[in-house]
Design a protein around this ligand. Structure first.
Ligand code: NAD
Ligand code: TYD
Length: 339
C-alpha cells in the first residue's frame, strides 16, 4: 500500500505505529488524522521526516474531514480514541462520540472508496475482568467500564460493516501498552515521572490488580501483521505475555530509579476496577507474529527514556494535566495509607 490513513497518529501508540511504519516501509506515505485532544501531541512525531507523512488536524467524527483525509488512501489503521478508563468514569460522552460515533463516521466515509484493508485498534479490556485462564477471540465480550464498553461498541459496529457491506475490516485487541511518549495519566509514565520528582505513587486498592504488559513496538508489529495478513471480519489478540500485579510494577520502577518504597501510597480504588486482564494470542502467532521485547529490558529502557526526555513530559504535566491530577488524586492522596 502506497498511502495509508492513520487516525490518532499523534497519540502514544499511533505515533509509535507511524514511526515503525516509516522505518519498515520506505515507499509508504502516511496521512495522520488527529484532533489533538489533551492526549494528542505533535511532539510525538517531532523526530520523523515530515516529507513522509501529511498531518491533518481534525475529528474522526467529522465526515467532511474524514473524506478529505481518505483521498488516495488504500488502507486505514484506526487508533483515534478517548483512551483513559478513569476519565470515562467521570463522564463518558466524549468516549461515545469518538469511540463509537467516530468509527461509524470513518466507516461510512470509507464505504464507497476502494480501501483494501481497515484495521480497528481495540483492547483486551473488552473481555472484562478475567480471574482465571486467558481470553481467546471467541470469549464473551463483557466490558465493565464506559471506556471498554465504548471500544466494544466500536468493534461491533465494525463487524456489522463487514457483514452488511463486505468491508475488509480486521480488529486487534492489545494488552496494556508501555513505552516512550505515553501520556502521563497512565500508570507507568505517571509513576515514573512522580518518582523522578520524589512525589507519591497513588496505587489503587490493594495494588494486586493484574495487567499484561506489551511494549509499544511489539503492539505496533502485531497491528502491522494483522493489517497486512489478517482475515477480514476477524479479531486478533495481541498479548505481551507479561502479567504482573501493579505492586510488582511499582516496586520495579522505584528500584530502577533508586527511589524508596515509602513513596507508595495506597489510595481509594477505581470504581469497578477490573481485577485482571489476560489474553491468548495463539491466533496471531499463527500469522507469524511474536512479541520481541523482554519485559525486564523493556521496563528498564522505558524508565530510562522518561529520565532522558523530561522536556517531553514536564511540558504536559505543567499544563491541562495539573487540574486533572488535582481533581482526581488530591482527596485520594489525603486519605491514603502506606503499607
Ligand atoms: P492516546 O490517548 O495516547 O491517543 C489517542 C489519540 O487519538 C490522540 O492523539 C488524540 O488526539 C486522538 N483523538 C482522540 N479523539 C479524536 C477524535 N475525535 N478525532 C481524531 N483524533 C482523536 O491513546 P493510546 O494509548 O495511544 O491508544 C490508541 C488506541 O489504542 C486507542 O484506540 C486505544 O483504545 C487502543 N489501545 C490502547 C492500549 C493502551 O494500553 N494504551 C491498549 C490497547 C488498545
Ligand atoms: P491504566 O494505566 O489506567 O490502564 P488500564 O486502566 O487501561 O489498565 O492503569 C493500569 C493499572 O494501574 C490499573 O490496574 C489501574 C492501576 N492504576 C493505579 O493503581 N494508580 C493510578 O494512578 C493509575 C492511573 C492506575
Amino acid at each position: 500500500m502506497q498511502k495509508i490513513l492513520v487516525t490518532g497518529g499523534a497519540g502514544f501508540i499511533g505515533s509509535g505505529f507511524v514511526r515503525t511504519q516509516l522505518r519498515d516501509y520506505p515507499d509508504q506515505h502516511i496521512v495522520v488524522l488527529d484532533k489533538l485532544t489533551y492526549s494528542g501531541n505533535l511532539d510525538n512525531l517531532k523526530d520523523l521526516d515530515q516529507n513522509r507523512y501529511t498531518f491533518i488536524q481534525g475529528d474522526v467524527n467529522d465526515p467532511e474531514c474524514v473524506g478529505k483525509a481518505l483521498e488516495g488512501c488504500e488502507g486505514i489503521v484506526h487508533f483515534a480514541a478517548e483512551s483513559h478508563v478513569d476519565r470515562s468514569l467521570s463522564g463518558a460522552s466524549d468516549f461515545i462520540d469518538t469511540n463509537v460515533g467516530g468509527v461509524n463516521t470513518l466507516l461510512s466515509q470509507a464505504r464507497e472508496l476502494d480501501i483494501k484493508r481497515i484495521l480497528l485498534v481495540s483492547t483486551d479490556e473488552v473481555y472484562g475482568s478475567v480471574l482465571e485462564g486467558s481470553s481467546v477471540e471467541d470469549s464473551p465480550i463483557v466490558p465493565r467500564n464506559p471506556y471498554s464498553a465504548s471500544k466494544a461498541a466500536g468493534e461491533l459496529l465494525g463487524v456489522s460493516y463487514f457483514e452488511s457491506f463486505g468491508m475488509p475490516i480486521v480488529i486487534t485487541r492489545g494488552s496494556n501498552t508501555y513505552g516512550p511518549y505515553q501520556y502521563p495519566e497512565k500508570v507507568l509514565p505517571l509513576f515514573i515521572s512522580n518518582a523522578i520528582d520524589n512525589e507519591a505513587l497513588p496505587l489503587y486498592g490493594d495494588g494486586k490488580n493484574v495487567r499484561d504488559w506489551l511494549h509499544v513496538e511489539d503492539h505496533c508489529s502485531g497491528i502491522d501483521f494483522v493489517f497486512r495478513k489478517g482475515e477480514p471480519g476477524q479479531a486478533y489478540n495481541i498479548a505481551g505475555e507479561n502479567e504482573r500485579e501493579n505492586i510488582f510494577l511499582t516496586k520495579r520502577i522505584l528500584s530502577l530509579l533508586g527511589k524508596p518504597e515509602s513513596l507508595i501510597r495506597y489510595v481509594e480504588d477505581r470504581t469497578g476496577h477490573d481485577r485482571r486482564y489476560s489474553i491468548d494470542s495463539s491466533k496471531l502467532k499463527k500469522l507469524g507474529w511474536a512479541p520481541k521485547i523482554d519485559f525486564d529490558e523493556g521496563i528498564k529502557l522505558t524508565v530510562q527514556w522518561y529520565q532522558e526526555n523530561e522536556w517531553w513530559w514536564r511540558k504536559i504535566k505543567s499544563g491541562e494535566f495539573k487540574a486533572y491530577y488535582e481533581e482526581h488524586y488530591r482527596k485520594r492522596l489525603e486519605e491514603s495509607t502506606s503499607e
